[in-house]
Design a binder for this molecule. Sequence first.
Ligand code: NPW
Ligand code: ADP
Ligand code: K
Length: 494
Amino acid sequence: MLTRIPERYLVPLYRVEDVRRREQASFAQEGESYAMMHRAGEALYRHILHHNASLKHLSVVVGGGNNGGDGLVVAALAAQDGIEVTVYDCSSKPRTGDAEYAEKVAFGYDTIQITRNIEALNQDPGQVVVDGLLGIGFHPPISEDLANAIAAINQKRAQGAWVVSVDCPSGLDVETGRGALLVEADLVVTFIADKLGHYLLDGAVACHQIVMESLQAVDLLNRPTAYFLTPAVLENYPPCLRLPNSHKGTYGHVTVLGGDLGFGGAAIMASEAAAKSGVGTVTLMTQSRHLSASLMRNPNVMCVSPEDIGLGDTLRSSESVLVIGPGLGRTEWSERNWQAFLATEGPAVVDADALYWLGVYGQPMGRPAVLTPHPGEAARLLQCSTADILEDLVGSAQQIATRFQSVVILKGATSVVVNQNGDVVILGQPCPALAKGGSGDVLSGMVGACLAYYHEPFEAAVIAAAWHNMAANKASLVIGQISMQPYQLLDYLE
Ligand SMILES: NC(=O)C1=CN([C@@H]2O[C@H](COP(=O)(O)OP(=O)(O)OC[C@H]3O[C@@H](n4cnc5c(N)ncnc54)[C@H](OP(=O)(O)O)[C@@H]3O)[C@@H](O)[C@H]2O)[C@@H](O)CC1
Ligand SMILES: Nc1ncnc2c1ncn2[C@@H]1O[C@H](COP(=O)(O)OP(=O)(O)O)[C@@H](O)[C@H]1O
Ligand SMILES: [K+]
């Protein structure tokens, strides 16, 4: 899929319907379903012991479905080993099927304490909590009882307990990644396949570590909905690989066009980002009053105003990359520059206000291109609400890619990168230091640089967005989440 990135760095992610289909096929092949629940409990218990070698007491919080059933299998396995177990039973009606059987086995151990009083979790001597309230059967909105149970688990964690979630953090919608109130999990042991929602929005924040246990499920070999990019891959894919026997022409040319009155910094940061990502030569085209600021800050960046030189003349070859949008604005000047852009050819990165003009003009890109909308910009491009975008990040990004015939980076705490073929890569770890104006401008310059070096827009977009996130996480550890400025991440690109 990604021409150069080996599949071992890509975690396949699936939607719930694929997981259910695989589950059902496995039950049919095995002729029963409880065996799989038992394997789920065994796998969980193994991970709990791995992280907590001297486990003495286990608190198991369970709901009424099969997710709770898995939790009850763990409770029984721990009791068998002589570990003190308290089960907090939050079911609202009698269990059925496999969960009922798991309950019968667990409740057969008279050493297991059973209570329906979730408030008591606070005083529980155990420092390891199993979250088996809700799995993939959760459908929002959450009931008050279960909301209280989730809050109790989170409170226990805030006091130092280690929380493992069964299959997914309770309260998470594993399709969308949304969760108004959800468990924050130190570890998620997920079953049969990795789920999309663990890597998006609230899910990406709530899951500190995820391991997948396939439970010997039938392999249906269907195409994953998306892949998560593991950051380790970046060791082999720098923004550009410096070769000893190279010259500036080896690393291409980027022109950044933007910076209307009041927004000069955006274009300056984008050009600085391109330069610091290793591009051979960078040109900034901006309002003439911003030129001296750029020269003072980055004398290596050539800078001109579009009133002095035509855009086509700054593009050094058909391979020159044009980054349009940072601080471009929505004035007559902006529109004139957008029109000048339309008259050029060659690879492009379309960001910020250029996405506004793209929406107004509405035509497909007609050139190799990467669009970098945040959810608000994506909503404008698709003429829907931001809430609609958040309901389906992957589908929204794909719609934009199809409509405008381009690669799309839909930005967020984790970002979704798609191409016109339906390939989807999710990447990044939440980094609140980036939640500041300027972060997107830095990204657009980096994408321009990677496009100049890697040429293939999907690959360039993935590598640039992943480096942007990883460097920001590194920088924020040193500088701090509050004071780190977006351009400072550029000093952490190697
Ligand atoms: N052998 C097997 O079957 C295997 C199963 N596996 C495991 O099963 C899990 C899926 O189990 P599941 O389908 O039973 O759904 P689950 O996530 O427990 O939720 C349903 C329960 O939650 C309740 N509920 C839902 N929404 C609610 C709300 N808003 N507010 C309040 N309550 C709400 C719902 O109540 P109801 O809607 O029926 O009133 C019902 O009681 C999966 O994640 C994995 O852990 C795997 O180990 C593989 C083997
Ligand atoms: N909490 C966060 N965690 C990780 N990345 C973030 C977070 N908030 C913002 N970002 C990243 O910062 C950038 C913000 O871009 P954008 O919203 O266009 O900002 P601006 O145009 O103001 O610079 C995106 O790359 C996004 O992925
Ligand atoms: K759970």
